[in-house]
Structure formats: structure tokens, C-alpha cells
Write a protein that binds this ligand. Structure first.
Ligand SMILES: Cc1ncc(COP(=O)(O)O)c(C=O)c1O
Length: 427
């Protein structure tokens, strides 16, 4: 870095202490105790260099002892999110200093980030809950078919299994090519599977198994032409990919912002399109459940909830916007590309994720010849404290690595080198 850049990074970091973004107070106090200082923004010239990303990393509590490559299961929240939750909860417990959370402001910021009118969004605890609201809230008839792939997570799939059993529906799972080669191939696989009784297509926007980004917009258009309802398992994309829910054209979208958006654990979202907002039956009901003009907001009326999580959710959206959705997506996909390229050069590694970066979310899955996945994961843990996900579902047994903004190119290179050493031992 040139001296002027270095000076700027330093002065921006120092100046950051005075800025009022969520968590600034706490971070200011932490800074005085010698902990990393908060930041606000940097000019474009230095925004993408490693000094900037080190500063971003300093906003997280992740221990430097290990390498966290499992955002796909749950994200690590930045300090500002944790602080917002703790601050709200602490004030609440004093009883008389309790602060209210502006839930409608949160709905507006989430709507603007995800391209949806605020009133089409309801807050839930996670994707599993949101998908349960969708599957349980439709009037499906015996014999109706629900279509999905053989890459579904239990959280997106089981709500449909239960309703299938209860109402005598038909649940069909279609295999997808591994590794996926093109969006066209995915669309054609779905198109061939649609039958006369297909009433619902449950589509994972990003597959948890190998990070495939499915062509959801195209699939929703095909479904719409045939009068098929689309329920999207969108556990991953918010905070990972820039997106517009209205543009996708789906009927329903279920998500877990505690993954890539780094919100507090227990932050879920349910999107109900304008076409369905007054037709979906609520699963949990309280006063106002039938106030149709309130749109999806009526699904929020389910008794007492933990408002402190909303305070943290707002801080997570603010943090994401502060770094910038475009910059986040570019960085995490760049790290995943580096990982994919590194792994692809190792003899014995079999990649399960798409070779085409456009089809690939930052979750890379693979196996290594001569290694069981259990042994490989154990070796990665023992030798490098690398936290990964074992995709054991459907007997796939793949190792999955996720990259987020708190990961570094050095961590990626370290894991690639480790896998290389392990692969060489048994090839
Ligand atoms: C594709 C997919 N759907 C649903 C879920 C369930 O998410 P949650 O536990 O937040 O409900 C996950 C979790 O990993 C997932 O990957």
C-alpha cells in the first residue's frame, strides 16, 4: 500500500470512532480498551484492498485460532449486531428504560435490500418456520403434486412431507446433474418433471448441497404459465447475492437472514407475493390475523416475541449496506473462485459445485479420493481448526466450504494447501 493510502486507512479507522452507526458507542469503548476500532467508509480507491478487508474482519469476534468456513449453516455476526441485541435487551430488563424497536423501519430496510414492498414481508424465526407457514397455509387437494429436487434441506422439505402425508398429496423429488453444467440443463430437468397434477414447485434458490444458483426467475415464469405455485427456499441468498424478490416472480420466499446477512440467530423472513397476501392461511393466529388490508404484516401477530433480535437484525442490514451489497457479493464470490480454482488443481479432488462461476454461490463442495468425508473433516479440524459442513444428506458425503467477508485469501490458500497435502498422502 502507498503511504497516502496507508495514512487514509489509519485516519478513516480513527475517524470511525466518532461516527454514529449501530454499535459505534460500544465499539468506541472497546477501542479505548485497545480492541479494533470501528469504521464508516473508505474512498473507492482503497475499498477493495486487503487493508480494507482486514478492517472489516476486525469488526467480528471470530477467534483467530481457527478458520470458519461454515456460513452456509450460520453466519458470524459483527460486533455491531451483538451490541444492538445486548443493548436493547439490557435496557428492556430495567423495565423503565426499555426502548422500542421500529419494526416497520426494519421491514422497509429489508424490503429495499431484497426488492420487495415492505408489506409483503413477515418476520419469522428461520426458513423452516417460513416454509411451514407456506406449506400449511395452502388449500391443496388429495392427489396434488409437490415437486422438488433431491438437493433439499430438511428445513425446506419436511414442511411439505408433513402436509403430503396429512392430505394425501404426492411429493416428487427430481435428481439434478452433479456437477451442474448449465442453467439450461437445470431448467430442462424441471420442465420434464412437471406433470398434469403438479400444483407446487418448491425450489431452492441456492442448493445447500453444492451452492448451485438455480435459475429461479425462469423456473417461476414456467410455473406461472401453468398455474403452478412457486415456494422458494431462499435460506441463503439474502446477504449473499443481490436480488429482487418482485423481479424473481415467485409466489413465496422463505429465508434465514442469520446465515449470509449475519443477523442474530433466530432471524427469519417470509415473503408473500401480492397475489397471495390475502389468500394464505396463517398457521399461528392472534388478534388481527384476518385484517387483510395489513397484508403480510398480519402474519407477524403471533404473541410475544424477542424484540431485541429485531434491533440486531436492523444493525445487520445497516452493516451490510455500510460495506455495500455489491462489494460483499464480489468479495465472497472472488474468495470462492480462488478456493474452487485451488481445489481444482489438486489431483484426487472431485468437485461437486458448478465449474461456471455464474452458477456458483460461495459454497464449494468436493470429495477427495482415498478419504472418507468423516476422516477428511477430522484431519482438516485437527491440522488447521477448519470448520466446514459435512453434506451427509442423501448419502452424498461431500465437504462443503463457504466463504464470507470475514474470510481471507490467506485462509483460502491455507485450506487449499491442507487439502493438497491430505490428497497427496493417499493418491
Ligand atoms: C437450503 C436450506 N434450507 C433451509 C435451511 C434451514 O434453515 P433454518 O435452520 O435457518 O430454518 C437450511 C439450513 O442450512 C438450508 O441450507
Amino acid at each position: 500500500m502507498t503511504p497516502s493510502r496507508r495514512d487514509f486507512v489509519r485516519s478513516a479507522a480513527l475517524a470511525g470512532a466518532a461516527f454514529a452507526f449501530p454499535g459505534a458507542e460500544w465499539l468506541g469503548a472497546a477501542a479505548r480498551r485497545g480492541a479494533p476500532k470501528p469504521f464508516r467508509s473508505l474512498p473507492p480507491a482503497v475499498q477493495d484492498d486487503e487493508a480494507y478487508w482486514r478492517m472489516v474482519r476486525s469488526q467480528f469476534l471470530i477467534s483467530p485460532r481457527g478458520i470458519y468456513f461454515n456460513t452456509g449453516t450460520v453466519g458470524a455476526s459483527p460486533r455491531t449486531v451483538l451490541d444492538a441485541v445486548v443493548k436493547h435487551m439490557t435496557a428492556f430488563e430495567t423495565v423503565f428504560d426499555a426502548e422500542s424497536v421500529d419494526v416497520e423501519a426494519l421491514r422497509r430496510s429489508v424490503g429495499s435490500l431484497l426488492g420487495a414492498p415492505p408489506q409483503t414481508l413477515a418476520f419469522t424465526r428461520n426458513t423452516t418456520e417460513s416454509m411451514s407457514w407456506i406449506a400449511g397455509g395452502l388449500d391443496l387437494q388429495p392427489g396434488d403434486e409437490v415437486l422438488m429436487t433431491t438437493h433439499e434441506h430438511v428445513g425446506g422439505m419436511c414442511p411439505w412431507q408433513a402436509v403430503t402425508k396429512r392430505r394425501n398429496l404426492v411429493l416428487t423429488q427430481i435428481p439434478l446433474p452433479v456437477p451442474p453444467t448449465s442453467g439450461r440443463e437445470i431448467v430442462e430437468t424441471w420442465r420434464r418433471a412437471i406433470g398434469p397434477r403438479t400444483k407446487v414447485m418448491m425450489i431452492s434458490h441456492v442448493l445447500f448441497t453444492n451452492g448451485l444458483i438455480q435459475p429461479v426467475k425462469e423456473l417461476c415464469a414456467i410455473a406461472r404459465e401453468r398455474g403452478i405455485i412457486t415456494a422458494i427456499d431462499g435460506a441463503h441468498p439474502p446477504g449473499m447475492l443481490r436480488m429482487s424478490l418482485t423481479d424473481l416472480g415467485c409466489d413465496f420466499y422463505a429465508s434465514s437472514p442469520h446465515k449470509w446477512l449475519l443477523a442474530p440467530k433466530g432471524s427469519g423472513l417470509l415473503y408473500v407475493s401480492e397475489a397471495w397476501v390475502d389468500r394464505l392461511w396463517p398457521t399461528i393466529v392472534s388478534g388481527g390475523w384476518d385484517a387483510l388490508p395489513d397484508k403480510a404484516v398480519r402474519f407477524d401477530r403471533k404473541g410475544t416475541v424477542n424484540d431485541s433480535l429485531y434491533a440486531g437484525f436492523q444493525a445487520a442490514v445497516d452493516f451490510h449496506n455500510l460495506v455495500g451489497p455489491e462489494r460483499v457479493e464480489r468479495r465472497i464470490r472472488w474468495l470462492a473462485d480462488r478456493l474452487y480454482d485451488g481445489l481444482s488443481r489438486i489431483q484426487g479432488v472431485e468437485l461437486k459445485s458448478a465449474a461456471d462461476p455464474a452458477l456458483r454461490a460461495p459454497m464449494i463442495s468436493f470429495t477427495v479420493r482415498g478419504w472418507t468425508t468423516d476422516d477428511l473433516i477430522k484431519a482438516l479440524w485437527e491440522r488447521g481448526m477448519v470448520r466446514v459442513r459435512h453434506v451427509a444428506e442423501y448419502e452424498y458425503h461431500w465437504v462443503r466450504l463457504s466463504t464470507h467477508i470475514y474470510n481471507t485469501p490467506e485462509e483460502v490458500d491455507r485450506v487449499v494447501a491442507l487439502v493438497g497435502e491430505l490428497a497427496a498422502r493417499r493418491s
